[in-house]
Design a protein around this ligand. Structure first.
Ligand SMILES: [Zn+2]
Length: 360
């Protein structure tokens, strides 16, 4: 497997069509939109025997060098997939170095930061993304600054701090934290490693699709996951799309996004509570920056958006725990969505993306 040549990567704006080189200072399009990554990727080989675990296992299909991916490897990926009966599986992404699926993306953005020559990463997050980034950056000796919006859950913040992240508080609305993070990322040697804006985060979450295909030996009928900013769903869509484009698979699974009734912009429902009071805090995103792409991906796969109540999430969390699976409320939302799923023709995979200790 050859290293991915950095010069084959470009940043593309799907809104205005602008293209940019991949450089440390290019975070968003001049029109204000998030950027997508365009790159020449190879098919995965028919057998992955002997490959390392983690993102480097699928390096042919990820626009980062195997060398950088191996450096940032902290144990993310190759999480267990468990049969739950009736053709349903759970993908246990809560069994991950920092306790959430965000480790997949954090390993990738940290690899990108290394390739781009960064000495520091900055992110605006109140939760799992901050902890995941801080851990991976610490592992390779990069400094981390986390800009924290009001009302951030303390357990998650404490975790990021334990890994050595510097914390900057952002008063006011959630958007203010992103503005401050963007300002800070203007410092020399600083990379804006946002899970919402950096397209490299999605290079990491692609690995979820490759793993499920490898573990099941087939494309599932549907996959369910909670969606806030869509950083898992968009990576999963890109991963399965790569498998189809390279002839490894013949079809895409239906992508099913689960949101809370309190904050379900994908279903057209307005957020009528403030983020920090929400039970499912990890998906309390009233305006996802890649909303158009999320809705397009769901439509392209014949998927759907399911909306669940806090009571349903609470019940799902207890039900999972009674089967030995302790996850945070945001993760349990996916399980709560399962009874609402239409059709039952084949294997369904439900992602459990955050550990119970995140929200005891
Ligand atoms: Zn643009």
């Amino acid at each position: 497997m050859d290293p991915t040549p950095a010069q084959s990567r470009r940043l593309h704006c799907s809104r205005c069509g602008a293209e940019y080189d991949v450089v440390i200072s290019r975070t968003v399009c001049d029109c204000g939109s998030p950027l997508d990554l365009v790159s020449d990727l190879q098919p995965l080989p028919p057998s992955l025997a002997g490959r390392p675990f983690g993102l480097a296992r699928y390096a042919d299909a990820i626009a980062l060098t195997p060398r950088a991916l191996e450096r940032t490897y902290l144990g993310a990926g190759m999480t267990p997939i468990l049969p739950m009966g009736g053709g349903t599986f759970v993908k246990c992404d809560f069994i991950s170095p920092t306790g959430s699926f965000k480790d997949r993306g954090a390993a990738a953005v940290t690899a990108a930061a290394i390739e781009l020559g960064a000495v520091e990463v900055v992110v605006d997050s109140s939760g799992n993304a901050a902890a995941a980034l801080a851990a991976h950056a610490a592992h390779v000796g990069l400094r981390t600054t986390v800009v924290v919006p009001q009302g951030a859950p303390e357990a998650k913040l404490a975790q990021a701090q334990a890994y050595g992240a510097a914390i900057v508080s952002a008063p006011g609305p959630r958007e203010r934290a992103a503005e401050i993070a963007l300002e800070l990322s203007g410092r020399a040697g600083c990379y804006y490693a946002s899970h919402a804006f950096s397209p490299f985060f999605l290079e990491g979450t692609k690995s979820w699709a490759f793993e499920v295909f490898e573990q099941l030996g087939a494309i599932p009928e549907a996959v369910l996951m909670p969606v806030g900013n869509g950083s898992l769903l968009l990576g999963v869509f890109a991963g399965f799309s790569h498998l189809v484009a390279t002839g490894a698979a013949r079809r895409l699974p239906r992508l099913v996004a689960v949101q809370s009734r309190n904050c379900a912009p994908l279903a057209g429902l307005p957020a009528h509570l403030t983020g920090h009071s929400l039970y499912t805090d990890g998906i309390a995103i009233s305006r996802p920056v890649r909303m158009r792409s999320i809705l397009d991906a769901i439509a392209a796969t014949g998927g759907e958006v399911l909306v669940v109540s806090d009571a349903e999430v609470q019940e799902a969390r207890l039900s999972l725990a009674s089967a030995g699976l302790w996850v945070e409320p945001t993760a349990a939302a996916a399980w709560a969505g399962l009874p609402h799923l239409r059709g039952d023709r084949g294997p369904v995979v439900v992602n459990l993306g955050g550990a119970g200790f995140k929200r005891p």
